[in-house]
Design a protein around this ligand. Sequence first.
Ligand SMILES: *Cc1c(COP(=O)(O)O)cnc(C)c1O
Length: 456
Amino acid sequence: MHKIDIDLVEMTMDVMKYTIGRVSATKSKIGKPQKAEELKALVGETVTREGVGGEYAFKMWKKYLSKASVPVDHPRHLAFVPASPTRAAIMFDLVTSASSIHGAYWMEGAGGIFCENEAMSWIVSLTGLPEGAFGVFTSGGTAANLSAIVTAREHWREDDAFKGEKGLIITSIGAHSSIKAMAKVADVDVLLVDTEDVLHGNELKECIDSLTDHQRKSLFAVVATGGTTNAGIIDDLDGIAAICEKENLWFHIDAAYGGGALAADSVRHLFNGIERADSITIDPHKWMFSPYDCGAVIYKNPDLAKKAHSQEGSYLEIFKDEGSHGFNPTDYQIQLTRRVRGLPLWFSLATHGTDSYKEAVERGIELAQIAGKMITENSHVELVREPSLSCVLYRRIGWKPEDYTQWTYENHRKGFALVTPTKWKQGDTFETVSRFCFINPDTTEKDIKMILDSML
Ligand SMILES: *Cc1c(COP(=O)(O)O)cnc(C)c1O
């Protein structure tokens, strides 16, 4: 199975050809899902005792299966939070796989971890956190948020007064769904402040003041959002930091989507206060042009994370030995065995320089402004709110929720665009609206115009 033969060499060439074609294609269609039964009928049995052969399996991939997947880097994929990994990062993702590096401990992964740390130093520098702050790459924002909150909770429970207590966190309804999901995993209660717009320090203060004695005793952390997924809204980080400091609460900022915008001078001031956080989540696989999967968690005091996450085991003791000392990424998040998933980002940063990242992020913000202007100038659509970061919420005048759904499916079916509706809460009502999220700097004004025209 592992021996090198002529077929393998040929297959390698085929795979490289496909990869190069894929990363240099500019006019690909957006793929669309098919039912599992339909796909099965098309490709037949592929996992058999004898194997069907790489050539056949790859043919099935190219002909049917790849087309049933949506490439998130398509310039007219503006749904959810799309992605747009650089070609340098994608090519180095192949190198990362080929290098077979176990990225948990310095002893085995030193070269790869060194590169990851170079990239991480840049990300940490964007936050303005004090000297000593550092982070690690995780599988994504959910794992980063979970790692941070477990660190916060374990630190809180070190105090005898809170040993065995369950713990409560406060966030707002604008927070990402993963906050509730990770709180379930960590068995932590969540209290939501009822605003989808900017969460201000005074609103947080009011919420804390209204807690019962038991709730106040259980409260150990606040999660603010640095760029909500739905609308790109940045909470009042300075105001929230002040309350957290006064109330002795851990201050976590979820900037999984918005974190990339720390590189953009035009909006950096909106993040003022981020340097006062205890922990921050940033997803390079969202707005730092990395391939999946690559999240990051950063701590003001990484030693607290180490106390919470460092794994013990007789087979692991060698890694903690003097001879192998160095930075062990496993100590700072929930995973043991891990891919050196920051390596593609490092190579891309080294290739292009951080100024290119700044420009590419600014372009996303600019595209949101351009879209906002076009929406204002067209009479069939109107803005729901001013664009924020790279998110634009707008309505098609006269449309009902089902019109948005039909329009989305129609565009997707044609392979033309992927733009999905969302809901925007104002007062007690949820309105169905359309939403753009720009990440890919190759999206053009013409792309936006075509999409808006398709709503006529
Ligand atoms: C996307 C997102 C997450 C979840 O990140 P994953 O990488 O999908 O796990 C968390 N928080 C925010 C604000 C996000 O936008």
